[in-house]
Write a protein that binds this ligand. Structure first.
Ligand code: ASP
Length: 592
């Protein structure tokens, strides 16, 4: 039978009853019932029930008996209404079925190593080895389709704003984004290597020097990091850059892009502008530079209440310029003694030295060190923190930022334990005014907080060489529900400032010249002021689809050991390939 399908497996409804149709797809399920054979035929668009009736065509029915899960088939038949009581309201085609009068097996299937269903419990190892089968599952299919729609919206909105999509090289030179580079040997230049881009950072800046004004790219980035749960060695960013703009122009553009995504993909309205918070404010109020604004529980400064406490651990901290910070866990008094003890461990894991807990009941404040702290001070603190009956008040005394970040870690932990996070909400924010540098105590040097191309705040320029720790940057992070979706900055566009930054970072001029000479050179030719951002696409899709991991929104992901289980990459290569590339492999005994 010449097989041009007339419909997809998600298309047919009652309006098609009586029509003769042709469908192609995979055998999703087969059920034999009272002589009839029912097949759920599946393709990307959905499922359609097709029926083989032995009374209508016995040889055809016999052929249908051969069908097994995942056979790829074509059928032709008549659409009919399903008998009353057998409709399936869960699927779009649930009111009809197709009475088959022709069947062609396009390709049989070996027995799949796992059932293609949402319910099947399958190990990740098996799923990634047979990813092409895993991708036949509805949830993965839907996530990839949604991903496509998001990219489509991004491209359209940016085109409407006169951005142009430009591809930048994959074989390139190292860009400092803080991770290790993936290296590629150059056969034509023995002993020399390309680096895969950690981001297109320098190219996008050079496109601004070139006068393109507005660039974007759905860019693949490569970072050779030890893979924590939510990292992939290669990932995708919406990389963009604009000329002659300030922070607000970039925020407004990104808010437009995200509003369009939410509207067109989720059919939800985002409220804009997103709240803007400075880094200092975030640390003080939420103990994190990625604040989750879906719930309250802000930190309170209770130093005043304990100014005269007899509790040495607190007094010493206060006397040396530290702070006592408090956090009220709403309804936290219900937590068991064990759960409260676990909070102390969590506080230590977050770098804290200790944690004081206060259960607030109607009659009293129950705190293991109440005597030392002083009843009066405790009452004052609880009142100031507005702790109510049934709450748990947590106190940490430490250097201001340390106290805040310990409580910040406990804040998100407790909010999720106590079910205080509204799951359906999306809460965006911008965090600004980060420090430009962070001191690296191990290497005794200043490192860039974002990357070395970030512009300092103009008013902080006088401190640049004298007191680098005081300089704020013009970088910004886009935060969604406590997750950093992307960072960006207004860039340095003047050669002298860029050279000063490299000097503060301790890069010798010869190294600067070798690594970034082309950028500094470009700045000599009328480089315009510019800035940009790069939101992570994988993480965005993960949040949009509530996927358990970014691996579930990437078609062919790698495992935590950076291995592609399906292709077997990375793998050894042939001797002659190594020889050609001028490489000899030193076997490493990594031990066990
Ligand atoms: N290149 C930066 C990054 O990958 C983003 C940016 O500054 O635009 O984080």
């Amino acid at each position: 039978m010449g097989f041009k399908r007339t419909h997809t497996c998600g298309a047919l409804g009652v309006e098609a009853v009586g029509q003769s149709v042709k469908l192609c797809g995979w055998v999703h399920r087969r059920r034999d019932h009272g002589g009839l054979i029912f097949i759920d035929l599946r393709d990307r668009w959905g499922l359609t029930q097709v029926v083989f009736n032995p009374k209508a065509d016995s040889p055809l029915h016999a052929k249908a008996k051969e069908l097994r899960p995942e056979f790829c088939v074509a059928v032709e038949g008549k659409v009919s209404v399903r008998p009353p009581g057998t409709e399936n309201p869960k699927i779009a085609t649930g009111k009809i079925e197709v009475a088959v009068d022709r069947l062609k097996i396009l390709n049989p299937s070996a027995t799949p190593p796992f059932e293609i269903s949402e319910e099947a419990q399958v190990s990740e190892e098996l799923r990634y080895t047979y990813r092409y089968l895993d991708l036949r599952r509805e949830s993965l299919r839907d996530r990839l389709i949604l991903r496509h729609k998001v990219l489509e919206v991004i491209r359209r909105v940016l085109s409407e704003h006169e951005f142009i999509e430009v591809e930048t090289p994959i074989l390139t030179k190292s860009t400092p984004e803080g991770a290790r580079d993936y290296l590629v040997p150059s056969r034509l230049n023995p002993g020399k290597f390309y680096a895969l881009p950690q981001s297109p950072q320098l190219f996008k800046q050079l496109l601004m020097v070139a006068g393109f004004d507005r660039y974007y790219q759905i860019a693949r980035c490569f970072r050779d990091e030890d893979l924590r749960a939510e990292r992939q060695p290669e990932f995708t960013q919406l990389d963009l850059e604009m000329s002659f703009v300030d922070e607000e122009a970039i925020f407004a553009l990104i808010e437009k892009v995200f509003s369009a995504i939410w509207k067109e993909v989720l059919h939800q309205r985002l409220s804009t502008p997103f709240p803007r918070l400075t880094y200092t404010e975030c640390m003080e109020r939420f103990g994190s530079d990625k604040p989750d604004l879906r719930f309250g529980m802000e930190l309170v400064d209770l130093t005043g209440a304990f100014a005269a406490t007899g509790f040495r651990a607190f007094r010493e901290v206060v006397e040396s310029g530290g702070k006592v910070k408090g956090l009220v866990a709403t309804g936290g008094a219900v937590l068991s003694g064990k759960a409260v003890d676990a909070l102390t461990d969590a506080a230590k894991a977050a770098g804290g030295h200790g944690l004081v807990t206060v259960r607030v009941t109607e009659k009293e404040l129950i705190c293991p060190v109440a005597k030392h702290l002083g009843e009066e001070a405790l009452r004052k603190a609880a009142a100031q923190a507005q702790a109510k009956n049934g709450d748990l008040l947590l106190l940490v005394a430490d250097k201001p930022e340390a106290a805040a970040s310990v409580l910040g870690a406990l804040r998100t932990h407790l909010a999720s334990t106590l079910n205080l996070i509204p799951q359906q909400n999306f809460s965006f924010s911008w965090v600004t005014d980060f420090p430009l540098f962070r001191f690296n105590p191990e290497l005794k040097r200043w490192d860039s907080e974002h990357h070395p191309f970030t512009a300092p705040r103009e008013e902080d320029l006088p401190f640049l060489e004298k007191d680098p720790g005081k300089v704020r940057s013009r970088s910004y992070d886009l935060i969604l529900n406590g997750v950093e979706l992307g960072s960006g900055s207004i860039r340095i566009h003047q050669r002298l400032v860029q050279e000063t930054i490299f000097r503060i970072l301790g890069l010798p001029p010869s190294e600067v010249q070798e690594r970034f000479g082309f950028l500094l050179d470009a700045f000599r030719y009328g480089a315009p002021p510019h800035g940009g951002i790069a939101p992570g696409i994988d993480r965005l899709i993960c949040l949009l689809t509530d996927a358990p991991s970014i691996r579930e929104v990437i078609a062919f992901p790698k495992t935590q050991k950076a291995v592609d289980l399906m292709t077997g990459a990375p793998s050894e290569v042939r001797q002659d390939q190594l020889k050609e590339a001028g490489i000899s492999v030193v076997k490493q005994n990594r031990g066990v």
